[in-house]
Design a protein around this ligand. Structure first.
Ligand SMILES: Cc1ncc(COP(=O)(O)O)c(C=O)c1O
Length: 327
């Protein structure tokens, strides 16, 4: 059983022991940066056609970069509020599915904090198997939730009962442990894909250095700080409820640490906040792409990261409310 830190078989390397929930190390690989996602897109042309990489719209932009690095066509699937901010799987045509190489799904989602249900995930997995593409589940926000923990892709695989075929889950320490600078995470899923990925890292990538792996092991082995982190973000969302609810139809997301606020014109609101209140937010339009009608599904929104300590968060939210809603 090879250790993913590169130690001899049977060793008690702490990195190998750190992730207890996945039973086979052939199904695991540490990763340093999500930009490596591009290697997944570099699959052979399908049926003589250009491979497609599917992603929700709006989306985390690395998915698009991954498609481009792999020479595939990025396909932006509308993720509307009325559909729980998830692409509608029934809308995917047979033609598109036939040339799909990867389908990136982010759950809980960045930017909206939406979580996919077990049924949704199971259907997405079934489609990946029927059409032989990789379902790449970006689950890096999965430990920051309010209420029930979101269902994970590997749980959905277990419920379907056909192993981990065609599914890869991406996990990261950057949100769970507030350690984005460590650039450490792991992939878990289909052993065939993990094997190819390991080869890619060994020959052309940059494996995680041992000190980073040891620090990562310590973080993965400790859940207490994750519970604290969840409480920290939950407190910030309570502040948002209290301060913003009187002014706007507020949706508190099930997970993640972003508010996805419908302000009518996200770019204008972001400019106003920056100019008049020194608050930096992200206009939703920058996370989206225009659809075929020239409509960007993120345009009305503002993404607000509730990541600062409660005192700063409260001050910022009050200033934001005053600037956007009371002037
Ligand atoms: C949806 C999503 N996926 C992946 C990442 C990147 O994670 P990492 O810091 O582990 O590269 C981020 C970071 O912002 C993200 O929002």
């Amino acid at each position: 059983m090879p250790c993913w830190g590169g130690c001899a078989a049977g060793s008690t390397c702490p990195t190998a022991l750190s992730i207890r929930s996945v039973t086979s190390f052939r199904c695991l690989e540490p990763v340093s940066r999500y930009t490596r996602l591009g290697s997944f897109a570099r699959r052979q042309k399908r049926l003589g056609k250009r491979p497609a990489v599917l992603m929700p719209n709006p989306f985390y932009h690395v998915y698009q970069g991954a498609a481009m690095v792999g020479g595939a066509e990025p396909i932006y699937l509308p993720a509307r509020s009325e559909d729980n901010f998830l692409p509608v799987l029934e809308d995917l045509s047979e033609d598109l599915l036939a040339r799909t190489s990867i389908f990136f799904l982010c759950t809980p989602g960045n930017p909206q904090g939406t979580t996919a249900s077990a049924d949704y995930l199971k259907r997405a997995i079934e489609l990946a198997r029927e059409h032989d593409f990789v379902l790449a589940l970006d689950e890096c926000y999965c430990e920051i939730y309010r209420g029930e923990a979101p269902v994970g892709g590997l749980e959905a695989c277990a419920a379907l009962g056909q192993g981990l075929d065609n599914v890869i889950s991406f996990q990261s320490l950057s949100k769970r442990s507030s350690a984005p600078g460590l650039r450490s995470g792991f992939l878990a899923g289909d052993a065939r894909i993990i094997e190819r990925y390991s080869q890619f890292v060994a020959f052309g990538g940059s494996p995680l250095p041992l000190p980073v792996l040891h620090a990562s092991t310590a973080l993965w082995n400790d859940d207490a700080h994750v519970v604290e982190n969840r409480a920290y973000y939950a407190g910030n969302f309570r502040l948002a409820e209290e301060i913003l609810r009187p002014h706007i139809d507020l949706h508190i997301p099930a997970a993640g640490f972003f508010l996805w606020l419908d302000v009518g014109d996200g770019v204008q609101a972001a400019r106003t906040l920056w100019r008049e209140a020194a608050i930096k937010t992200l206009p939703g339009a920058l996370m989206g792409r225009d659809d075929e009608h020239g409509c960007n599904p993120g345009a009305a929104y503002l993404r607000i990261a509730l990541v600062y300590d409660p005192e700063k968060t409260e001050r910022g939210l009050r200033r934001l409310a005053q600037t956007l809603f009371q002037s």
